[in-house]
Design a binder for this molecule. Structure first.
Ligand SMILES: Nc1ncnc2c1ncn2[C@@H]1O[C@H](COP(=O)(O)OP(=O)(O)OP(=O)(O)O)[C@@H](O)[C@H]1O
Ligand SMILES: Cc1ncc(C[n+]2csc(CCOP(=O)(O)O)c2C)c(N)n1
Ligand SMILES: [Mg+2]
Ligand SMILES: [Mg+2]
Ligand SMILES: [Mg+2]
Length: 333
């Protein structure tokens, strides 16, 4: 009802077509040197990703993102054109996901750029999907490949060589890493997939992958009081990521489990609906990868690896289980 221009925005309380709605609220912040630097992201990418990370949290509740408030703290030295470009990217994301930017705040910053976005969404009353509903027997799934964003970051930092120039996409195209760089700069949260899955009523938990698959799996495991057993061979491995990992001498599994910033959804679904849900999403061109199962037991995450492998004990020749560390991106380590 009232957007930018007054002390606060006014929005109509939502009324659902088939019943009451509830608000879904989230905020996430991006800080220069922590979440990006001059080499890894152009201004427009920062704007896109700051909103996308929030849209992803709304998706992870099974909600629809609707309004955003954008707080920017801008270094004094910035040309106005730079902040305009940041907003071009932010508005491109807003348009893509049907979000109305209804306000925000602007301050100077002594040195670094900080962007904090608050998103308001809605969900059918009582239908928000929590992290706590996973049940033994459920199937575990993700809605997209993982590890690509971390691989993209690795490429960008290497290509920048410590310099301040934003690495052009053409450099990534030449190196065959454009998809990785775009996964890092322009994540595409799974809003449509989440809506479709939540509507089926068989999805028991959801969490978006910001800090890494292992970390998000641990969050579901702890919050649901279950064990998640992930099968390594089922993890969706992007071909370009695997190729770049090989060239860089890095184990792709490290990026897939602990990289983060994928902004795909990790979730659990009643086993009897898994195949049908996957087919329903596929019909809309949306991926859904079954990557494991929920088991009874102490909260934790295990990875099932398939052998044989040199170095494995005889008993573990065919497959073995390893506990995954509760590790991922941590702001204070
Ligand atoms: N400083 C804070 N004050 C109050 N609540 C907070 C604060 N930081 C986080 N929370 C709350 O803790 C919960 C988990 O937050 P967290 O930021 O880990 O979630 P996330 O956005 O999914 O993860 P990420 O920040 O990695 O994207 C949320 O309910 C969030 O609102
Ligand atoms: C220059 C640069 N260095 C490191 C990283 C990696 N990184 C930063 S924050 C984060 C997790 C998500 O953040 P949050 O938990 O705040 O949502 C990750 C994986 C990066 N993106 N850019
Ligand atoms: Mg957060
Ligand atoms: Mg989240
Ligand atoms: Mg988040």
């Amino acid at each position: 009802m009232l957007g930018i221009g007054d002390d606060a925005a006014v929005v109509e309380a939502p009324r659902g077509e088939s019943g009451a709605l509830q608000w879904v609220l989230a905020v996430d912040t991006m800080v220069e040197t922590v979440h990006f630097n001059a080499a890894t992201m152009a201004e427009a990418d920062v704007g896109w990703k700051a909103l996308a990370a929030n849209v992803s949290d709304i998706a992870a509740m099974g909600g629809v993102p609707r309004h955003a408030l954008v707080s920017v703290s801008v270094p004094r030295a910035w040309e106005p054109a730079r902040i305009r470009r940041l907003y071009d990217g932010l508005y491109a994301c807003a348009e893509r996901y049907g979000v109305a930017v209804v306000g925000g705040d602007t301050t100077s910053s002594p040195a670094q750029l900080v962007v904090a976005v608050t998103v308001v969404g809605t969900v059918t009353a009582g239908k928000a999907v929590r992290r706590s509903g996973a049940m033994p027997g459920d199937a575990v799934f993700v809605t997209g490949p993982i590890g690509m964003a971390a691989a993209g970051l690795h490429f960008l930092l290497a290509a920048a060589g410590g310099g301040e120039q934003c690495v052009p996409l053409a450099a990534a195209e030449a190196a065959g890493t454009a998809a990785l760089v775009q996964a890092h700069r322009r994540p595409a949260p799974s809003v449509r997939a989440a809506r479709m899955l939540a509507a089926r009523g068989t999805v028991t938990s959801l969490n978006d992958v910001s800090d890494g698959l292992a970390s998000e799996a641990w969050e579901i495991a702890e919050s649901s009081g279950v064990k998640l057993a992930l099968r390594e061979s089922q993890l969706p491995l992007s071909g370009s990521m695997a190729a770049y990992a090989r060239r860089s001498g890095i184990a792709p599994l490290e990026w897939m489990l602990y990289g983060g910033e994928d902004y795909v959804l990790l979730g659990t679904i009643a086993a009897k609906d898994a195949a049908e849900a996957k087919a329903a999403l596929a019909a809309e061109g949306l991926p859904m990868y079954m990557i494991g199962t929920v088991e009874e037991g102490n909260a934790g995450v295990e990875l099932i690896q398939e052998g044989p492998h040199s170095g494995w004990s005889q008993a573990a020749a065919k497959e073995r289980r390893v506990s995954l560390a509760k590790r991922g991106y941590n702001h204070f380590e």
